[in-house]
Design a protein around this ligand. Structure first.
Ligand code: HAX
Length: 455
């Protein structure tokens, strides 16, 4: 049974017109049977107990979600289908002369659990090129959005607009879709949505910040490099940054707000567009994905207030002041991780390899040494170490993306990979609508107080 969890190109090669769907058709019945076995054998085992504190406190360490495509360990960080970030960097396809994994390959891995062959990788790449085009009405819709909207609001609305293309919604409405086929429609919608989202995001950027001066896509480029190109960043290292960024942000197990929101909304059989728009809205919260814009704002604020060469002591004081003002130190802390986020380390290594003499990158490095000891002195903070958002903004800024308000959009383009891939599997597994129970203060008092009237 073990091989099915972590297989290494152990499959046959298909010469069909839809390699990825064929591969899924092959794996899905095997995984469905495996899940049935797991339920039969372990269905009645208790995973954990839930205390009143956990119910009130955001369900930390309550393992009540099934999400098969990635897993987060509090010490070692994220694994995508059991492979950590250095492993995906090593084994997934890269661009010619490049060092970073290509998201097309990661998407294959997330969906199938296998590293794609070159032929399979190419298949995904070509499919996304074929499906990526936006029709004129969509372009008109996006370029008519009021420019004062936050770019994440624009992205969420644009993804909702694309819902007009949902194959699942159309098939369900016409009564054509039967339950065993749901995943196929979710697959088609995932491929379309992921193919189009960089174009939507680039259009939002050029519309909002560059006077609507649009840049056409270049289909000779890979998915991530093409996004960078459509934004207006055409250096090879900017392409590498986008390849790296869009890979490492793709998924972070099921409990984070964007993944959970998408999963939850999808469980009501809302299609990929409706579901992922909900995920985007969650990602736009400052305690989640918006932290990356907050980090850059905060770093720039430090330099403006304290000057170019700021001492460690001044940074310490600035951190304490931020907390005294009732704000959080953005980019630090995590609900699950208890050590430095490996995605932070990966970005740090990228910067050390490719970026010299950037004062903001240097400041991030300095903060890494200065901030954790200060946060450790604030007893209540569970994790004083940096998360993914502590580093990403200065890298985007270095290659020309100065509008930090836009940063979470890049995150959302990446997170579409994980959230939509998970929904394909949620439908393939036939997971039911999510409906946890909730409790009131009175319920708690009646259950645990002297009278104990609740049974
Ligand atoms: N700065 C100041 N206070 C912090 C803090 C930080 N970086 N991290 C945690 N705390 C505070 C919490 O606000 C909480 O205070 P109260 O009890 O007064 O409410 C207390 O310390 C305990 O929090 P925790 O248990 O350590 O952390 P949580 O699981 O509650 O929250 C957060 C995790 C990520 C939301 C939190 O660490 C935070 O707000 N960090 C800053 C924002 C940030 O970087 N968010 C991005 C996280 C990664 C991510 O999702 N990226 O998309």
């Amino acid at each position: 049974m073990q091989h099915i969890y972590r297989s290494f190109n152990s499959k046959s090669i298909f010469h069909s017109s839809n390699l990825l769907k064929e591969r899924l058709r092959e794996i899905i019945p095997i995984k469905q049977a495996l899940l049935r076995d797991i339920r039969k054998q372990y269905g009645q085992k208790e995973i954990c107990k839930v205390t009143v504190d956990q119910a009130i406190g955001g369900m930390r360490n309550v393992f009540g979600l099934f999400y098969d495509i990635s897993l987060l360990d509090s010490k070692t960080g994220i694994t995508f289908r059991d492979y950590n970030i250095p492993e995906i960097q090593e084994y997934l396809q890269k661009a010619k002369n490049g060092n970073e994994p290509l998201p097309e390959a990661l998407f294959w891995l997330l969906l199938t659990g296998d590293f794609p062959s070159d032929q399979e990788f190419k298949f995904v790449q070509e499919e996304w090129k074929r499906r990526g085009e936006l029709d004129q009405e969509t372009v008109k819709f996006i370029t008519s959005l009021p420019k004062q909207l936050h770019p994440m609001t624009m992205l969420s609305q644009s993804v909702l607009y694309l819902q007009k293309n949902s194959t699942f919604q159309q098939a369900y409405e016409s009564g054509k879709a039967t339950k065993p086929q749901y995943w196929e429609y979710y697959y088609e919608d995932a491929m379309d949505l992921v193919a189009k989202i960089p174009r939507v995001a680039a259009l939002i950027y050029r519309h909002k910040y560059k006077n609507g001066n649009l840049i056409s896509s270049d289909n000779s480029l890979d998915w991530a490099a093409n996004y960078s190109h459509m934004m207006g960043f055409d250096q090879f290292n900017a392409y590498e940054l986008f390849r790296m960024y869009l890979s490492i942000h793709a998924d972070h197990e099921g409990g984070n707000v964007s993944a959970h929101a998408t999963h939850l909304v999808g469980s009501a059989l809302a299609d990929q567009y409706l579901s992922y728009s909900a995920g985007i809205n969650g990602l736009a919260g400052p305690l989640h994905g918006l932290a990356n814009q907050e980090v850059l704002k905060w770093l720039i604020e430090i330099r403006e207030k304290l000057g170019d060469k700021v001492s460690n002591e001044k940074i310490q004081e600035y951190v304490l002041n931020t907390i005294r003002e009732g704000r959080v130190v953005p980019g630090y802390g995590h609900a699950v991780l208890r050590y430095t986020d490996p995605r932070y380390i990966h970005q740090k290594n990228f910067a050390e390899r490719l970026i010299k003499d950037d004062p903001l990158v240097e400041l991030v490095k300095q903060c890494y040494h200065v901030i954790p000891p200060v946060l450790k002195t604030i007893g209540k903070i569970q994790n004083p170490w940096p998360n993914v958002d502590a580093h990403s903004g200065v890298l985007l800024n270095h290659y020309g993306l100065k509008e930090f308000e836009y940063y979470t959009v890049v995150f959302a383009v990446s997170r579409a990979l994980g959230c939509t891939a998970n929904l394909v599997w949620a439908r393939a597994f036939g997971l039911p609508i999510e409906r946890p129970g909730s409790i009131t203060m009175r319920w708690i008092e009646e259950k645990f107080g002297e009278n104990q009237s609740v049974k």
